[in-house]
Design a protein. Structure first.
Length: 411
């Protein structure tokens, strides 16, 4: 018998998929909030368990990054950075290619959620300035930061969990050794599929780039300092890992320390706090509650029992499918101990990293970065439906999985 919490999750999933078709005047965060309230009201999870399920590290990380992201946009410094990175793209094909590889490779260091926060307003700016469709570029951003983050132990939270707890020796070298080449191939694949599916909306006319003036020079300086702090702390984190220095720099501390110059020194601090994306934070808090309730039901754990859990194709398949329902971090939390107990090696750990990450390409709910992009785009009037996403996401995810499987089985 299917537990009530799983039924509620499926209903939320369906409503998110059909909200545009049914003309529901509800956003993604509101539907997820209703799902969380439903399991609380029906007593399927206690208030104490619900509060404990909300991951403070994720919430604080997103808060810090939202502060920096809003400040970059409000100060005008984001348009300055956008011009520097994309001024060489002379047509939309070149622009798409640059977006995919800049954002994809950037996510290996700055983490996919960070690139989603910073990248969404940058792409909307490019769309507005050049009067071109934002949809293919926003989808390219979603897929690029997902695929690019696969090959780094700090590209996303689930990879970090595997790097720390998966008995992976020298994580940065191991991830690159197994996942670099297939990830580059999959980034090219993102480009090809976007071109194929949006060939009527991708024009060949020349793009003329121009740099917009800084709106608030002082806030721009503070935002620049915040970006430098992020880069320095992440490089230190990488160096400590490579040289086996026993100093832990958490992603939460990186985000919070990086946003401090803005919050402490800007006269606009209260405006910034008020204007950050609180709706997405509500979405994640609600998702943690609903996913925890589903987790406690044991429904998906029972599904895995009796399977050959160390098979690379099975790891990829189970990771991709179950990540849609319990999210990729809980999925890794569930699967990782099983693999360790079964004596799995580094290839199996890399398969878990790849599968749980490219799950984000299958549907909107497969990755936090997708939700960040889509909700921020909707605030600016750009809508991406569930079906807009999966019509590319399904073939892309299948192709991604096959490519990773071939490389992991061959090595």
């Amino acid at each position: 018998m299917i537990p009530s919490s799983v039924i509620i999750l499926i209903v939320v999933f369906i409503l998110i998929a059909l909200r545009q078709t049914l003309k529901l005047k509800l956003e993604i965060w509101q539907l997820m909030l209703l799902g969380a309230l439903a399991v609380l009201v029906t007593g399927q999870i206690s208030i104490d368990s619900a509060i404990e399920s909300i991951n403070p590290d994720v919430m604080l990380f997103l808060f810090g990054m939202f502060v920096i992201g809003y400040s970059l946009e409000a100060s005008g410094y984001l348009s300055h950075i956008t011009y520097k990175f994309f001024k060489q793209a002379k047509n939309m094909h070149a622009l798409l290619f640059t977006i995919i590889f800049v954002m994809g490779l950037g996510s290996t260091i700055l983490m996919n959620d960070t690139l989603a926060i910073i990248g969404t307003p940058a792409i909307l700016l490019l769309s507005r300035k050049h009067r071109i469709s934002a949809k293919p570029m926003l989808l390219a951003l979603c897929f690029a930061v997902t695929v690019g983050s696969v090959m780094s132990p700090i590209g996303n939270p689930q990879n970090l969990l595997i790097a720390i707890n998966g008995n992976v020796t020298n994580p940065f070298v191991t991830f690159l050794e197994h996942l670099f080449v297939p990830t580059i191939i999959n980034l090219f694949l993102v480009y090809l599929l976007i071109i194929i599916f949006f060939k009527k909306q991708i024009y060949r006319w020349s793009l003329v780039h121009s740099q917009e003036p800084i709106k608030d020079r002082y806030l721009a300086v503070l935002s620049k300092i915040s970006l430098y702090i992020i880069l320095i702390m992440i490089l230190l984190k990488i160096a400590f890992a490579i040289f086996d220095v026993n100093v832990e720099i958490s992603l939460t501390s990186i985000a919070l320390l990086s946003c401090l110059p803005i919050l402490l020194l800007s006269a606009r601090r209260f405006e910034i706090i008020k204007r950050i994306d609180w709706h997405t934070l509500i979405f994640f808090a609600s998702m943690f509650v609903l996913m925890e309730c589903v987790w406690e039901s044991g429904f998906f754990q029972e599904m895995i029992q009796g399977m050959n859990i160390t098979s690379i194709p099975l790891i990829l398949g189970v990771s991709i499918v179950l990540s849609q329902f319990i999210s990729n971090v809980p999925l890794v939390s569930l699967y990782l101990p099983l693999l360790l107990h079964a004596g799995a090696g580094e290839k199996e750990m890399m398969a878990l990293a790849a599968g749980s990450t490219i799950a984000g390409n299958l549907s909107i709910l497969g990755a936090a970065s997708n939700v960040i992009v889509i909700q921020n785009a909707e605030k600016k009037g750009e809508k991406i439906t569930f079906f807009d996403f999966i019509k590319i996401g399904i073939p892309l995810t299948i192709a991604n999985a096959v490519i990773y499987m071939l490389f992991l089985e061959r090595i």
